[in-house]
Write a protein that binds this ligand. Structure first.
Ligand code: IVH
Length: 691
């Protein structure tokens, strides 16, 4: 293409920008594109190319500016000029009718007479506010606590359905007057479609990143990204629902009309209802459509249409009287928070989880709900002992949506995020600009994960149906924090999970139940003490059995045994070397491990003691082996000696009764001679153990 002069380029850039904005409008708002995607892309490419050559002509509202710029260090705080309120809820028709009664009492008969309502879908996303200066998007912020939010302008700019420039000319044409206001503030909901949500999670799984519980969290997480490139990749969407600035809107339906003229996409289902009956019909219609909609909604928002009346009704607490959220039934239930625990994820992220009294939600028993992060706990002000509303959005882990504070008794306990990682004890920290805490020990999760795999493996607890994949899933969903938690799982915990159905949930719970009875040696092996493999676990088990002569041995007995034994005594156990002894000693003197053992006892682990009839032929005799045997390995010989009640030691001392000498014996042979210990060869040994 011919190289343009500066002046020509400026003109061409302006024209291209206008043209692209026009096609964006046709595509996103009217849903009536006039040109093909390819032609559109070609226009955009030309603009990009020209702006590259003449960067001085790039404006903040150029369609090329949707990439958002370099990553931020942190988000700046933004104080809202008008607070961002929330809505009162109506859970059923009666509550909706009560609302109408209440507001009518505050109005004159004529006002009551002409009441009509605007009904719109309540998008399940996050509220944001957009400030346009002279028609150009200047600042975008999250709701925050309603008074102060965070500046996420560059992230919101990546959302295609948020216009970078308002079509003020069009609105002026429509209103037949000039709009004098320099700043226009608009509010609405950023959300993620169900399809985009599934794609994002697929992607996150592949990358080993955080898997989002529902589209709302995915949308919120994406808007609160310091790197706008990540936000741009997340396919977010937007519907507007408020114009804060007075620009001539007299009704709420005009608000929506204006928004559409200004360049915002309008939800086609939104409608004006002439009375409450129509609102109820609308609610029913949408309720039936709900599952099929490409995005998640949690109800409808009903607003008194006349703005004057809306204003007159005022605000109660932090909710306007003139609007109400008419929720959908069945997806929510109330229950009590029994406890709040913290789960540590793959990335080291700490997630607080509410342990609930089991309750049925949409046909599934729910016993846990994610609380996401500390901010969410503060926002909800949820405490241990609270009665809460839980919700199942889609088919994933439930959320706590609301705390019923009026049901508090005063005994509720506030929850504080731990300062130390509940798994490894390392310090936790909060990254600048992020809501989440992380464990500072980079290996924390990997170690924990490996340990859990070990714990459930064949040679340890041998839990059928519980492979690494399911273990990962249980950890990721916050169902297990440590290995002992496996034994407190209920069918209700598993049923809402992906890959689980009633039957598979039941199978796993049964397998877990079965595994609660475990032979002592396997139990010791499962503890994952360093240097204690299968064989050492066997030795330790024999030692414990020999010392605690009870028929029944409890975990507590094992704990006490090892807490009371000295390091020296441990080293004297035949075949337990100093390093292994030290490791066992340290393990049983770590408070964390003792708590874990107590937890295992509490969840009902029962130790089994093998009933082998031990012949006492070699009772009290200590053997040392040196050199290779012909008829068996040294391990086999050791086992035979032990089975007959004898001990095997690795070094020769005065206490040694016999040294068995094989081929090419080592220094032990010399030592035995020196100490005058009885030396026998393989044949003599075989004779000794025969019969
Ligand atoms: S009107 C006074 N309309 O619901 C607040 N809200 O519980 C004005 N929401 O914070 C809200 N879709 O995040 C309104 N069509 C809609 C909505 C909507 C979703 C959210 C919004 C708000 C929350 C209120």
């Amino acid at each position: 293409m011919k190289k343009l002069t500066k002046q020509e380029a400026k003109k061409r850039i302006e024209k291209l920008r206008k043209e692209i904005q026009h096609h964006d409008y046709l595509y996103y708002v009217l849903d009536q594109p006039e040109i093909s995607d390819a032609a559109y892309d070609s226009l955009k490419r030309e603009l990009i190319e020209l702006e590259k050559q003449f960067p001085e002509f790039i404006t903040p509202d150029s369609p090329t500016q949707r990439i958002g710029g370099p990553p931020l260090e942190k988000f700046e705080k933004v104080k809202h000029k008008v607070p961002m309120l929330s809505l009162q809820d109506a859970m059923n028709e009666k509550e909706l009718k009560d609302w109408e009664e209440r507001i009518k009492k505050l109005l004159t008969p004529t006002e009551s007479e002409k009441l009509n309502y605007f009904a719109e879908l309540k998008m399940d996303g996050l509220a944001v506010t957009l400030i346009y200066k002279n028609g150009v998007l200047f600042k975008g912020a999250t709701r925050g606590d309603g008074y102060t939010g965070e500046d996420v302008t560059q992230n919101l700019k990546t959302i295609k359905t948020i216009p970078l420039r308002l079509r003020l000319d069009e609105l002026e044409k429509f209103l037949k007057k000039k709009i004098k206001e320099k700043e226009i503030e608009i509010r609405g909901e950023v959300f993620m479609s169900k399809k985009a949500f599934l794609e994002v999670n697929e992607e996150q799984k592949k990358k080993g990143g955080i898997v989002f519980a529902n589209p709302r969290n995915a949308a919120a997480g994406s808007v609160r990204q310091l790197d706008p490139k990540i936000t741009a990749s997340r396919k977010l969407d937007f519907y507007g629902y408020q114009i804060i600035t007075e620009i001539g809107q007299k009704t709420h339906s005009e608000v929506h009309q204006f928004l559409k003229i200004l360049g915002f996409k309008e939800n086609p289902y939104n409608q004006l209802c002439s009375d409450l009956k129509e609102v109820i019909d609308f609610h029913q219609k949408i309720s039936k459509l709900r599952e099929k909609l490409p995005y998640e909604i949690d109800g409808i928002v009903v607003t008194v249409n006349d703005n004057k009346i809306f204003e007159k009704l005022g605000v109660v607490g932090r909710t306007p009287r003139g609007s109400i959220a008419f929720k959908f039934p069945g997806f929510e239930a109330t229950t009590k928070v029994k406890n709040i625990i913290v789960q540590v994820g793959r990335t080291g992220k700490l997630t607080p989880v509410a342990i609930l009294e089991p309750v049925k939600v949409k046909g599934v028993t729910v016993s846990r709900a994610t609380l996401h992060n500390e901010d969410e706990i503060k926002r909800l002000d949820v405490r241990i002992g609270d009665t809460v509303i839980v919700q199942r959005a889609g088919d994933v882990i439930p959320d706590v949506v609301k705390v019923l504070k009026s049901l508090r008794t005063g005994k509720e306990k506030k929850f504080l995020m731990p300062k130390k990682c509940p798994i490894c004890g390392a310090k936790v920290y909060r990254k600048e600009g992020e809501v989440d805490y992380y464990c500072s020990n980079k290996k924390c999760f990997a170690t924990q994960q490996r340990y859990l795999y070990h714990f459930v493996s064949k040679k340890a607890f041998d839990i059928e149906h519980l492979g690494p994949k399911i273990v990962d899933q249980l950890v990721n969903e916050g169902l297990i924090k440590d290995a002992a938690d496996i034994f407190s799982l209920t069918q209700g915990d598993l049923e809402p999970l992906e890959r689980f159905a009633e039957k598979s949930a039941q199978n796993l719970i049964e397998a877990i139940e079965k595994s609660k009875k475990i032979p002592l040696a396997r139990f010791i092996y499962a503890l994952g003490i360093r240097h204690v493999g299968e064989e050492n676990a066997q030795l330790l088990a024999q030692q414990v059995i020999a010392q605690i002569k009870n028929k029944k041995i409890k975990i507590k007995d094992v704990t006490n045994f090892y807490r009371n034994i000295s390091l020296e005594e441990l080293q004297n156990i035949p075949d337990i070397g100093p390093i292994v002894a030290q490791s066992i000693y340290d393990w049983f003197h770590d408070e964390k491990n003792i708590n874990f053992l107590e937890k295992l006892e509490k969840v009902g682990i029962e130790l089994e003691i093998p009933k082998i009839k031990i012949s006492q032929k070699l009772a009290g005799k200590t053997f040392v082996l040196t050199g290779a045997l012909k008829s068996m390995t040294r391990e086999e010989a050791k086992e035979k000696i032990r089975l007959l009640g004898g001990n095997v030691s690795s070094s020769v001392s005065k206490n040694t009764d016999y040294v068995i000498v094989g081929e090419e014996p080592g220094s032990k042979y010399e030592k035995a001679k020196k100490l005058g210990v009885k030396i026998i060869n393989e044949e003599e040994f075989l004779k000794m153990i025969k019969g």
